[in-house]
Write a new protein. Sequence first.
Length: 207
Amino acid sequence: MSGHTKRLDPNKTVLLVCDIQVKFRDAVYGFEEVVATANKMLKIAKILDIPVIVSEQYPRGLGSTAPELNINDLGSLHLGTFDKTLFSMVIPPVETILKERDFKSILILGIESHVCVMQTALDLLGKGYDVHVLADGVSSANKGEVDIALAEMRQAGARITTSEACSFQLMGEASGPKFKAFSAVVKEELNRTRGSVSKLISYKSAM
């Protein structure tokens, strides 16, 4: 692994969707906004051919992935949904996929920011991956935990970004054949993106 890259390359990037499960719906702050950002990124992933890995923390007790997430629309880009008891998503089957596909950059969104998201980010950073955490796509039951988690991940070397910023970086240019579809998604999701940014990102977490 070559360490941090300067830019996101869609051919070397994977999206991790961490534990957006039904039992968290009434417990996690801004759950609907996390779902909205996740669905936006799933649409972007489909357009730009970004593979997606999904995890579920102890699904027998916490339920399956929220049904409003459009995972099935991904087709073969969905590399798998893996149940886990480890807090980190870096479990053997996921690690095998990451190695086999030679991904360099990893986007992370989901819950909870200070537990499973953070431990996933720290494990991936320790393995030399370029880690991008979407601040408008992560949250916790306790809102106050989010800023601390983002600060800790940033200090460890993760890039704290947004769905909009990383999407445009992955798109790269306005002249390519995929831009029309990409632009349509950005416009379609505009109000939901504003809502997620407003709800989930504080001034402190952006510092």
